[in-house]
Design a protein around this ligand. Structure first.
Ligand SMILES: [Zn+2]
Length: 290
């Protein structure tokens, strides 16, 4: 019964996609065609008659950029806790002097076997007083407010750089179980960085947050535009002021152990269209070109 219903839905979607295409003869491709939780997908729209393209998820828009040769491209992030299954994407375009068209796509999201770590700590380790709880909520709200915004202009160019040369000490998506309770998964990667070592901007962007937070310590968030952000936590020092625009490779701060950490390292994170993605996905020059 369920299978039958799914088949009917798929057939209906296929018909709908054809009906909406409004004579569009272009080609929409996803690379990779299937994605793991926390991954990044490149969407390319090719076609001579394409003059304008936009994209939508259920609750967000996807920014498309024109490329030489008349094609358009976008990067789409899939959150590390996105449920496995299909992610519906709508692409809307307008041809030169033609009717607008809509394309509906279903991206397959695959479950990733993130590593797990079980820890036992004294209960006092976790005790948080009311004032601290309020502070944590305020800081969380400040970050969530950033992710909800998508500066329309894209500042980043080409592939992203690693902000420090050190290797991964705690992987992206790590599930921590502390005293038997699951915590929120690790939303970034921890990179080895000695106290005071230079931290570089992974790409061009604007410093939209420069603050000292309870968990993340001295923190910097760069807005690369078009809904893409990278973050740098637990610094010992800032090397930039808030609101300035930095270039790829500029030193933005120095590594440290501020916030709730046990030793110096850099926590490096990325958000794309609100989704927590593995920042390593941005290193692929192919993903973030031109
Ligand atoms: Zn971390």
């Amino acid at each position: 019964m369920l299978v039958k219903a799914i088949v009917l839905v798929v057939v209906a979607l296929l018909f709908a996609a054809r009906a909406w295409s409004g004579g569009f003869s272009g080609n929409v491709s996803l690379s990779p065609a299937e994605v793991f939780q926390g991954g990044v997908v490149r969407i390319t729209v090719l076609g001579e008659e394409v003059a304008e393209v936009s994209g939508f998820l259920t609750d967000r828009s996807i920014a498309f950029f024109p490329e030489a040769g008349g094609s358009y491209w976008a990067l789409l992030g899939v959150d590390l806790e996105h449920k496995r299954g299909r992610l519906a994407i709508t692409i809307r375009g307008r041809g030169k002097g033609k009717e607008p068209w809509d394309r509906s796509l279903l991206l397959r999201v695959k479950e990733k076997a993130f590593p797990r770590e079980e820890l036992t700590v004294p209960p006092s380790f976790d005790r948080i007083d009311e004032a601290t709880r309020k502070r944590i909520e305020r800081e969380q709200a400040a970050l969530d407010w950033l992710w909800a915004l998508a500066t329309p202009r894209r500042l980043w160019e080409g592939g992203f750089l690693r902000p420090v040369s050190g290797g991964v000490t705690s992987p992206f998506g790590l599930r921590r179980i502390i005293n038997g309770y699951s915590r929120s998964p690790h939303g970034g990667v921890d990179l080895k960085a000695s106290l005071g070592s230079e931290i570089r901007a992974a790409n061009h962007g604007q410093v939209v947050l420069r603050d000292d937070f309870y968990f993340s310590g001295k923190s910097i968030v760069l807005d690369h535009g078009a809904g893409l952000y990278t973050m740098y936590f637990h610094l010992s020092d800032f090397a930039v002021e808030k609101d300035v625009v930095v270039r790829k490779g500029d030193v933005i701060g120095r590594a440290g152990m501020s916030g709730r950490v046990t030793g110096p390292h850099l926590h490096w994170g990325a958000r794309l269209n609100g989704a927590r993605v593995d920042p390593h996905e941005l290193l692929e020059a192919g993903n973030a070109r031109p």
